[in-house]
Design a binder for this molecule. Structure first.
Ligand SMILES: [Zn+2]
Length: 481
C-alpha cells in the first residue's frame, strides 16, 4: 500500500493529462471502519472514518428499508480526516428527527455518502443489518412463512405456537381467499419488564402490537401456558393476512375496523367460541338494548375499556353471523370486492343484499332486539374517535394492532391477575388496517406495582456490534436489581 501511495499521484496526473477528467472522483475519498452498534431498545449508533485529499464537507448516512429510505446528515467540523457518528434514536414513535422506533425483525442496509470540497463523492459499500432485541437470547422455530421467537419456556412451548400459527395462516387465507405474504415474525416476551421496556410510548394495558408494514408482531404472554400465546398469535396473524391481501391503496384504508377486528377475534378462539371476558359485555349490551350502531365502529373502537371489549365481541358476532348465514363463499366474494377497493356498503349490498345497517339489524333481530330505522334522526351514532398518523412518508414506523386477550401483564415469576379490559389505540389511515388495539387489563397498574416490588428482575444492559455477516456480537452485562 505504501508503494501505491507514492505511485498514485503520478498515475493520476498521467490519467488526467490523457483523459482530461479528474480521476480523484473515484478514489479521492475513502470510508473505513464502518461500524454499527445496537443498544436496543434505546438507539443504534452508526460510525465511520472518512478521509480525502481535500476537506470533507458533507456526510450522509443512508438507510434503505424495503420500501423507504432514510437520510441522516452527520455533523462534524470540515477536515481531511473526519470521524462520522450518527445516533439513531429508537426510543420514540416520532420519526421526524433522528430515527424513530423500528420493531425487531426489520432488515435494512446502510451506506455512507461522503462529499469533499473538491466535489468528489463516494458511497460506501452497503452493509445489511436486522433490528433485534439483543438483550434476550431468543429461541426460534421458522419456515418460509412464519418465524416464532420466544424465551423463558421450553421447546414444546414454541413448537405448539408455531404449529398452530402455520395452521392459522392456512385457515385464514382459505377463509378469505387471500394469498400468501412474506414471512411474519412473532416475538413472544415472557417477562413484562422486558416487554414494557422494548417499545416506546406503550400503554400500561397494551399486551401486544403488530406492525403489519414490517410483518412483525410483538406479544406479551405467560410462559406457563401456550394457550393464550396461541390465541394472541391467531388474532394478530389474521390482521397480517388482511393487511397483506388488501394491498397498499384505498382498500386497506376503507376496510371497516369492526370487520378487521371481527375476523381477528373470530379466528382467535377454538371453534369460534368467544371467551367470557368478551361475551359478557356483549350480553349485557343486548340485555339493556344498548348495542351501538355497527357503522359507528367503522373507524375505531371507543377508548372506554368495557365499550371496547363489547365492540370486539359485537364485531365478532357480526362476522360469525356472516359465515353462518351467508357461507364462506359469499364472505370471500365480499372480501374480493374489498380487495378491489369497493366501498363497504356497496360490497355488502352487492353480495349479501344489505348494507352495514342491514347487517346490524339482521343481528339485532337474531338476538331478539327490535330493528332500528337508521334513516331517522335520533339514533345515537357515537362520534368516531379522532385518528392520527405518527408515520411519515420517510419512516418505517407504522401503527400496530394488539390482541384483546385476557392475558395478564405479569412478570415471569408473578401469578397473572385475571381482570381484563381492552383499550384500543389510535388508528393510522396511512399504515392502513386497524390501529393499535391494546390488551387492556383493568386495575392492572396496581397489581403490577405489587408484582414489581416482589419480583426479582434481571435487567439486561446490552450493546451489540454488527458483524460483517449481519449477525450481532453481544457485549452484554448482567446485573441483578
Ligand atoms: Zn386486533
Amino acid at each position: 500500500m505504501c508503494g501505491m501511495k507514492k505511485f498514485f499521484p503520478l498515475f493520476a496526473v498521467l490519467l488526467f493529462l490523457l483523459t482530461g477528467v479528474p480521476v480523484f472522483a473515484q478514489n479521492a475519498i475513502t470510508v473505513k471502519n464502518e461500524r454499527l452498534s445496537l443498544d436496543f431498545p434505546k438507539s443504534m449508533t452508526f460510525s465511520a472514518n472518512a478521509s480525502s485529499v481535500s476537506e470533507i464537507r458533507e456526510a450522509t448516512l443512508v438507510v434503505r428499508f424495503e420500501t423507504v429510505t432514510r437520510r441522516l446528515v452527520a455533523k462534524f467540523p470540515p477536515a481531511n480526516d473526519v470521524a462520522l457518528e450518527i445516533e439513531w434514536n429508537l426510543d420514540t414513535e416520532d420519526s421526524s428527527a433522528d430515527g424513530g422506533y423500528i420493531p425487531p425483525g426489520v432488515s435494512a442496509t446502510y451506506t455512507w455518502l461522503v462529499q469533499d470540497a473538491a466535489g468528489n463523492k463516494v458511497e460506501s459499500a452497503p452493509k445489511t443489518f436486522t433490528v433485534a432485541d439483543t438483550r434476550i437470547d431468543w429461541e426460534t422455530i421458522e419456515n418460509d412463512d412464519l418465524a416464532i421467537h420466544w424465551y423463558g419456556a421450553g421447546k414444546a412451548f414454541g413448537q405448539d405456537i408455531f404449529d398452530d400459527g402455520v395452521a392459522t395462516l392456512q385457515r385464514v387465507r382459505d377463509e378469505l381467499g387471500a394469498g400468501t405474504g412474506g414471512k411474519t415474525h412473532i416475538w413472544f416476551y415472557t417477562d413484562s419488564d422486558d416487554f414494557r421496556s422494548s417499545m416506546p410510548d406503550l400503554n400500561a394495558w397494551t399486551g401486544g402490537r403488530s406492525f403489519g408494514y414490517h410483518r412483525s408482531i410483538i406479544l406479551l404472554t405467560t410462559p406457563t401456558d401456550p394457550k393464550e400465546a396461541i390465541e394472541g398469535a391467531r388474532h394478530e396473524l389474521t390482521h397480517q393476512v388482511v393487511y397483506d391481501s388488501l394491498g397498499n391503496g384505498f382498500a386497506r384504508q376503507a376496510f371497516p375496523h369492526w370487520f378487521n377486528e371481527g375476523l381477528a377475534t373470530y379466528n382467535q378462539f377454538d371453534n369460534h367460541i368467544l371467551a367470557g371476558y368478551l361475551a359478557g359485555p356483549l350480553k349485557e349490551a343486548i340485555r339493556r338494548d344498548e348495542l351501538p350502531r355497527l357503522k359507528s365502529r367503522d373507524g375505531n373502537f371507543p377508548p372506554d375499556s368495557n365499550e371496547a371489549l363489547m365492540s370486539y365481541a359485537f364485531s365478532f358476532a357480526i362476522v360469525d353471523m356472516m359465515f353462518k348465514q351467508f357461507g364462506k363463499e359469499k364472505v370471500q366474494q365480499v372480501y374480493q370486492l374489498f380487495q378491489k377497493g369497493t366501498e363497504a356498503d356497496k360490497a355488502f349490498t352487492q353480495v349479501f343484499g344489505m348494507n352495514t345497517d342491514g347487517l346490524d339489524n339482521m343481528y339485532r333481530k337474531s338476538v331478539g332486539l327490535p330493528e332500528r330505522d337508521y334513516s331517522k334522526a335520533g339514533i345515537p351514532t357515537p362520534a368516531a374517535i379522532p385518528t392520527f398518523s405518527i408515520s411519515s412518508g420517510e419512516t418505517p414506523v407504522p401503527q400496530g394492532q394488539a390482541t384483546p386477550t385476557p392475558r395478564a401483564v405479569s412478570s415471569a415469576n408473578t401469578p397473572a391477575p385475571a381482570a381484563a379490559t381492552t383499550v384500543p389505540q389510535n388508528t393510522s389511515p396511512n399504515s392502513g388496517g386497524a390501529g393499535l388495539c391494546g390488551v387492556g387489563l383493568g386495575g392492572l397498574a396496581l397489581v403490577m406495582f405489587g408484582a414489581y416490588v416482589t419480583s426479582h428482575h434481571v435487567r439486561r444492559a446490552s450493546k451489540s456490534i454488527l458483524r460483517d455477516d449481519g449477525s450481532w456480537r453481544k457485549r452484554r452485562k448482567r446485573f441483578d436489581l
